[in-house]
Design a protein around this ligand. Structure first.
Ligand code: ZN
Length: 352
């Protein structure tokens, strides 16, 4: 089986950007095929080949930044080699980011939704930081099962908790500031540092934000994140082979050929054939409205939105106690909806 593929490819979607050379909206950008993230905005090719011809390939970009460039990903052969070449951050790099939460839009957003004690525990577990040198954006540290700090992904959020398009990495800033000379990023699942601490069923989502938020809503599972749709790879999850795993894909945009659900469904089958105890949740897929799909909702978006909706009517009188509980804890309704909870007699709990 040949697992080799290009690390960086021109984006396949029809999205066109403004060309940095001719200014026309005919520019196709390069994406990282493992993370689905764009390279810098000037890295790409103008499709006005005759009249413009601008092409700035990833190779030149990385050479210019004196960063390691490996054009081919070989999922089989390079694994152990990569492990050896892997760079890590120091504990000091990490610790000095674990503050300034009052300036961190994502944490402030959570503060308006959850109790401070819950948030403190989440921050302590996942080691979420603040990039004081980069717009006080949120740092999601990728720390592995051996507590090695493999990377710090920086995402900028608005006051309302929505992510902006701005993404950076701690090592990229350190390289730019000449604090380090090179860095070999080798990503792991976000939250992997917790797998020994919590012997729970593992729930995997796409975004780091969703993992953090879901850990606040539903701590029966240990929530991990792949960081991107394509980030669900054998290399990343092989460490979880003896664990029970449930995948929670994001919702797809209508008209898109392969939805996140279908892509993760294929992965799920592949991993099951390799002996993993893994399943794919279709709960969000079943609960979603067209609006949710259009907005590309994830589990956290869904929960945050339905957190404050009241049930109109409770079906049976014996479910009165759930209403009482619900009034105390509004999250209960969404937990019941999304996870298909049952009462102590095995009856499905329903709200109308
Ligand atoms: Zn152009």
């Amino acid at each position: 089986m040949n697992n080799a593929m290009y690390k960086y490819t021109l984006e396949k979607k029809s999205t066109k950007h403004i060309c940095p050379n001719c200014g026309k909206k005919r520019f196709v950008r390069y994406i990282d095929s493992e993370t689905d993230e764009y390279l810098a905005s000037q890295v790409g090719r103008c499709d006005r080949e005759m009249s413009c011809g601008y092409h700035f390939p990833p190779k030149l970009y990385f050479e210019g930044r004196k960063e390691h460039y490996s054009p081919i990903i070989d999922n089989n052969a390079d694994y152990y080699k990569l492990e050896k070449e892997m760079s890590v951050h120091t504990v000091d790099d990490l610790n000095k980011t674990l503050s300034n939460y009052s300036e961190n839009n994502f944490i402030q957003f959570l503060n308006r939704k959850f109790d401070a004690s819950q948030i403190d525990k989440m921050l302590e577990d996942y080691k979420v930081g603040t990039a004081t040198n980069w717009h006080n954006s949120t740092i999601f540290w990728q720390i592995d099962q051996d507590q090695k700090i493999r990377g710090g992904k920086i995402i900028n959020y608005s006051h309302s908790g929505k992510r902006t398009k701005y993404i950076n990495w701690v090592h990229a800033i350190q390289l730019k500031n000449k604090k380090i000379e090179s860095f070999q990023l080798n990503q792991c699942l976000f939250g992997l540092n917790l797998i020994e601490k919590y012997q729970k069923t593992i729930a995997i989502v796409e975004s780091e934000k969703t993992a953090c938020v879901m850990s606040l809503f539903f701590d029966k599972y240990l929530w991990l994140a792949t960081g991107s749709l394509k980030g669900l790879t054998y290399k990343k999850i092989q460490i979880l082979k003896d664990r029970k795993i449930i995948l929670y894909p994001d919702l797809g945009v209508p008209g898109e050929i392969t939805s996140p659900f279908e892509q993760w469904n294929l992965k799920c089958k592949e991993f099951r054939e390799k002996g993993f105890d893994i399943e794919l949740s279709d709960l969000l897929e079943r609960k979603a409205t067209d609006f949710h799909r259009k907005e590309g909702y994830d589990l956290a978006d869904y929960f945050l939105e339905t957190q404050n909706t009241k049930p109109k009517k409770i079906i049976c009188t014996h479910q009165q106690k759930f209403l009482d509980l619900y009034m105390k804890n509004r999250k209960l309704k969404t937990l019941i909806d999304v996870f298909d909870l049952h009462d102590e007699n095995g009856n499905k709990i329903n709200f109308l």
